[in-house]
Design a protein around this ligand. Structure first.
Ligand code: NAP
Ligand code: BGC
Ligand code: ZN
Length: 356
């Protein structure tokens, strides 16, 4: 079967021929429909994040998949079910995080991530997965199923953020999304669709005309250009933010988020920065600000089955025009390279492996 992989010698994604996998006990065989591409895939391709499976010279890419069950193999699934796989898998040995159903809370070294860290991804005509990691989605959502994984990432981050404010009556009205990439824009739309969050802002570093700025403004949000308004200046130029969602991977933003927050606000950090960022921080101000204004910062990575289920519900609340604007290309294998374009006309792409 065809798959898209990078090798240890050549990090350019290319089509490779691999045997179709056989499902083991408890696993189903899935025929792949679409696999999305995000900033993490670019980091994996560049070699700044993730790693190859032990003993293999190649890594099949892709962690945002949707497919159809081709062989239920005695699991509770049915052939024809449309499913989305979660990303983390058990590495060898006992693992209390997986046993508790909380693989997304496992620390580095206690998990593999398909298509990212130590396990092959889903960019292949078929993949197998333990049934417990396959989330069934409504068939009518199949075309957009590759957005369930990124939506689940935001569902988990929101869960952690709200949990961090659960001891008082937190009613966030303003939210500032840092980053106008695919995760930032999807999150902006998800916040727009939720109750509360009356005033939304999104940070980028681009000039008009730009398709991401169009999405921000079509959502009724305010575009903030980081070249004109630095993150710490947002409260003075706009307003103090009840919630900040960092999705740039620009390391200074992690700390500047604290200055952008309103008293009692919470910042969720999602970005995965490249190594080597060093900069000065006024530690006293940062510390005082967090303590004296009851602010919180939470880091959030990955997501579990319940976040995928919440992600499905969240996608159903989003308008059709948003998907048309966000998904700038779905490409078959013959032109898969276009799905890895990283230019200013590209927002969200997917590779199409098969039809429903
Ligand atoms: P992406 O497409 O690369 O988006 C990042 C965006 O941030 C880009 O649009 C970039 O603008 C913008 N940006 C970067 N530095 C900026 C600055 N100084 N000022 C203003 N805008 C800036 O990546 P993505 O897929 O949306 O993901 C966002 C980040 O989250 C990545 O670091 C990714 O690894 C991470 N992520 C984490 C998780 C998790 O589980 N924690 C899940 C998914 C993704 P330009 O395009 O103009 O350069
Ligand atoms: C994926 C997550 C993964 C994270 C860190 C993200 O792009 O969506 O599932 O845990 O990268 O590797
Ligand atoms: Zn991702």
């Amino acid at each position: 079967m065809d798959a898209i992989a990078v090798t240890r010698d050549d990090r350019t994604p290319r089509v490779v021929d691999l045997p179709r996998p056989e499902p083991g006990p408890g696993e189903a065989l899935v025929r792949t429909l679409r696999v999305g591409v995000d900033g993490t895939d670019h980091e994996v391709i560049a070699g700044s994040h993730g790693g190859f499976p032990d003993g293999d010279d190649h890594l099949v890419l892709g962690h945002e998949a949707v497919g159809v069950v081709a062989d239920a193999n005695g699991t509770d699934l049915d052939e024809g079910d449309v499913v989305v796989p979660t990303v983390r898998r058990r590495p060898d040995g006992d693992n209390e995080y997986f046993e508790r159903g909380e693989p997304d809370m496992a620390p580095p070294g206690r998990y593999a991530e398909r298509g990212i860290e130590g396990a092959h991804g889903f960019m292949a005509e078929y993949f197998t997965s333990p049934a417990e990691f396959l989330v069934e989605i409504p068939p009518e959502l199949a075309d957009l199923g590759f957005l369930v994984e990124p939506a689940s990432i935001t569902e988990k981050a929101l869960e952690l953020a709200f949990a961090a404010r659960s001891s008082f009556d937190w009613r966030p009205e303003s939210a500032f999304v840092l980053g106008n990439g695919s995760l930032g824009l999807l999150t902006l739309a998800m916040l727009d669709a939720r109750d509360g969050f009356d005033r939304l802002y999104c940070l980028g570093r681009r000039s008009r005309p730009d398709p991401t700025i169009d999405v921000v403004e079509d959502l009724g949000a305010t575009y903030v250009d980081s070249r004109e308004t630095a993150v710490p200046d947002a409260p003075a130029v706009h307003e103090p933010m009840d919630f900040v969602y960092e999705a740039t991977g620009h390391a200074p933003h992690a700390f500047e988020t604290v200055e952008a927050l309103a008293p009692n606000g919470v910042g969720a950090l999602l970005g995965v920065p490249e190594a080597g960022w060093t900069f000065d921080v006024d530690g006293s101000d940062l510390h005082r600000d967090l303590v004296l204004e009851n602010k919180a910062l939470v880091g959030s990575v990955n997501s579990g089955v319940r976040h995928f289920e919440a992600g499905v519900d969240a996608l159903r609340e989003l308008p059709d025009w948003l998907f048309d604007a966000l998904v700038t290309g779905v490409y078959g294998l013959e032109e898969f390279r276009r799905a890895f374009a990283d230019d200013e006309t590209t927002i969200k792409t997917a590779v199409q492996f098969g039809a429903q």
